[in-house]
Design a protein around this ligand. Structure first.
Ligand SMILES: [Zn+2]
Length: 328
């Protein structure tokens, strides 16, 4: 069944009456810098990647629906090689200092930027209660309370920053306005989750950056404000766009990454699937390899009411990536 075992009461009834769907687009891939750039002596200037990996979720019918909808195999290879380098650098960095102890519990400070056109709800002025509900949804999802594996992560709201600026509304993925917005608003170090809420371009539900070794001002997640719990985005208004995008921010790929062949999403306990699943297609099985499609996984494209879990393998991958990229 597709409903979250423990959260049925907050799920709206009806999962088959919408025309909305979710898709993904990718930004261009930056050059992976040489490892030496990140073990430079103090005072040396580190090379900065030309761009930031990111991906998005869109509603069916949006312009972005027709764009490439997943990372290429080469992009995944680049990211996996970068993760290996980052892990090696962490080990080298810690050699001679105190023994490295992988973090087992991580509390992530969250800074939420509410981008508004004006003071109306239609202009992006959502109440604080939707934001605190979103934090609760994140904590339920990442603790395993909704039926999946427990992860190391919990989330603590540290600030709500309300910004009225029509030039940033809607937030347009990949635009100079997005860069200007993030450059001027982003707070904290690599461990701080910056969330940007607003109306989004091209029917997108959200997009996120993957972690990088050097903090980039674009780092963070952008989420459609009406996808928060209690919002107006039918079938996508229980907060799982936030859950999904934070998964990318913690280095998860989509469950359908790579289709039926190869290393897929680089997680061993998420069965391969040929393509994104939409709505809630119970029993879907698109690959001959073992296991039904992971349609209830937060990293697929199903309705919020259908997705309720991360796997143990995803939890492990996120913690490894945290220690490689985001831990102090
Ligand atoms: Zn995604």
């Amino acid at each position: 069944m597709g409903l979250r075992p423990n959260l049925l009461t907050r799920r709206a009834a009806g999962v088959a009456s919408t025309t909305l769907a979710l898709l993904l687009s990718t930004a261009t891939v930056g050059v992976v810098p040489a490892a030496s750039a990140f073990s430079a002596a103090p005072g040396e200037v580190c090379a900065e990647p030309a761009d930031v990996h990111s991906d998005a979720r869109v509603k069916k019918g949006g312009i972005a629906e027709h764009e490439p909808n997943e990372l290429t195999a080469a992009q995944v290879r680049e990211r996996e090689a970068d993760l290996a380098i980052a892990l090696r650098d962490r080990v080298n960095h810690r050699a001679g200092a105190q023994a490295a102890s992988p973090l087992a519990a991580v509390t992530i400070p969250v800074v939420v930027h509410v981008i508004q056109r004006d003071a109306t709800r239609a202009g992006g002025n959502i109440p604080d209660s939707m934001i605190t509900s979103q934090i609760t949804v994140l904590n339920q999802a990442y603790s395993g309370a909704t039926g999946g594996a427990a992860t190391a992560f919990s989330f603590q709201l540290s600030k709500i920053n309300r910004v009225t600026n029509p030039a940033w509304y809607p937030i347009v993925q990949g635009s100079s306005a997005e860069r200007q917005m993030k450059t001027s608003l982003r707070e904290g170090g690599k461990n701080t989750l910056n969330v940007y809420l607003g109306e989004l371009s091209d029917d997108l539900l959200g997009w996120a950056t993957f972690p990088q070794r050097k903090l980039n001002s674009m780092d963070g997640v952008v989420v459609l404000s009406e996808s928060l719990p209690g919002g107006t985005a039918a079938n996508y208004n229980q907060g799982d766009t936030g859950t999904h995008e934070v998964g990318h921010w913690l280095n998860l790929y989509h469950t359908f990454q790579g289709g039926c062949s190869g290393t897929g999403d680089s997680v061993s306990d998420t069965p391969a699937e040929a393509s994104p699943a939409f709505e809630c297609p119970t029993g879907r099985d698109t690959c001959t390899t073992a296991g039904l499609d992971p349609i209830t996984n937060f990293m697929d494209y199903t309705y919020d009411s259908c997705m309720y879990q991360f796997t143990a393998g995803q939890a492990s991958r996120m913690l490894t990536a945290w220690n490689a990229y985001r831990a102090a």
